[in-house]
Design a binder for this molecule. Structure first.
Ligand SMILES: [Zn+2]
Ligand SMILES: [Zn+2]
Length: 363
């Protein structure tokens, strides 16, 4: 049985490699000292905080413990579980992905390998692997401690991987994350800016595309899919973004939704509304507003709720509604639900409203 003692340093204390994640360092530490990963991680949990906790205080405790018993600098490595507290949506914690060729070189797992959209190695153009290519057993930390499959014994570096052209997203993530060695704070900064932006593009397009392909947009089945499948989904989306067909995609998705559901435009947009209103969603928000105001003829007789238009255009709640009720009461669309007008009337209404409002200008 393995016991971690906070006041005693481990016998073998490998130096940190600043390109690796904190998780990768833990794996190396267990390996160097001859521990099974499960024993090692329960030792951490017993002496400190739950090994897989996302909470910053817990992560800090664990990092402090490891810095004490191993390399002093361990706490400066990027801890992907800590990143998860703020950016859980950007990471895939259900698997450990690796490029066998990269791994062969340094025997480390860099933090960006955990990013959800990183599926093809930007350097070797190989699909990342998360399970043994011989027996299909999923990798876990213990596989990297042993450096081979825990079931059939195939070495990690001997795994076969599919050659694949890197997509836009993978290449961008690779270029952003791999060239410079970053400490935890720099990495978090990178995530909140560039990587969050990539994610918003991806999520919004993926949402539209799933509507067109009649796939379930809400299910969170990602963890059950293999990397090959995830990658082919991602490729479809990348192609859309790359070809600049985003507005066309949005238009087609809306049209499909309207025919299928008969519901208002807002019910379709609501699940991604926050993304559109975020800093990185402005492109899509602008497209949507443009579509509403320029009103493609096919959408002209589609009712749109005014309280939703207010939210989208950042108009004070009820201001536009009161204005319409006061000045153009006949324009109300005859439909069930909250006060709505037809999309074809929006342009007129908003330009009238902008004449009467100091704060609002027609976009
Ligand atoms: Zn590689
Ligand atoms: Zn195997």
């Amino acid at each position: 049985m393995f016991y971690l003692k906070t006041n005693e340093r481990l016998l073998i204390r490998p130096r940190v490699n600043y390109e690796e994640s904190f998780q990768s360092y833990l794996i190396g530490l267990a390996r160097a000292n001859g521990y099974k990963y499960s024993a090692f991680s329960s030792g951490i949990t017993a002496k400190s905080k739950p090994h897989r906790s996302f909470k910053p205080e817990d992560r800090n405790d664990i990092q402090t413990l490891i810095s004490k018993i191993a390399d002093d600098n361990a706490g400066n490595l990027v801890d992907v579980w800590e990143c998860g507290y703020y950016f859980k949506h950007l990471f895939d914690y259900s698997r450990i992905k690796a490029c066998p060729k990269c791994y062969e070189k340094d025997m480390i797992l860099p933090p960006y390998w955990w990013l959800k959209n990183y599926l093809v190695c930007g350097e070797h153009k190989l699909l990342l692997i998360d399970s043994c290519s011989q027996c299909n057993t999923k990798f876990e930390e213990g596989s990297f401690v042993k450096e081979h499959c825990l079931k059939c014994g195939l070495e990690i570096t001997s795994n076969n991987s599919i050659e694949w052209n890197t997509g836009l997203l993978d290449q961008r993530l690779h270029d952003l994350c791999s060239d410079v060695t970053r400490d935890s704070n720099q990495f978090k900064e990178l995530i909140s800016e560039e990587i969050e932006q990539i994610y918003v593009h991806y999520q919004v397009c993926s949402y539209f595309l799933k509507e067109l392909q009649s796939k379930d947009k809400y299910s969170n089945h990602r963890r059950t899919l293999d990397i090959n499948t995830l990658n082919s989904e991602q490729n479809d989306i990348q192609r859309m973004i790359h070809d600049g067909k985003v507005s066309l995609l949005m238009y087609d998705a809306l049209a499909a939704y309207r025919i299928k559901s008969g519901k208002r435009i807002s019910s379709f947009i609501t699940p991604i509304f926050k993304l559109l209103m975020s800093q990185h969603g402005s492109l899509y928000k602008a497209e949507l507003i443009n579509m509403l105001i320029e009103g493609p003829n096919d959408f002209g007789d589609w009712p749109v709720g005014l309280n939703w238009v207010e939210k989208l255009l950042s108009i004070k709640a009820n201001d536009l509604k009161v204005f319409v009720k006061d000045h153009f009461p006949n324009i109300e669309a005859k439909c069930q639900g909250p006060f709505a007008v037809l999309i074809r009337d929006l342009n007129f209404l908003l330009s009238e409203y902008s004449k009467n409002s100091r704060d609002f200008k027609l976009p």
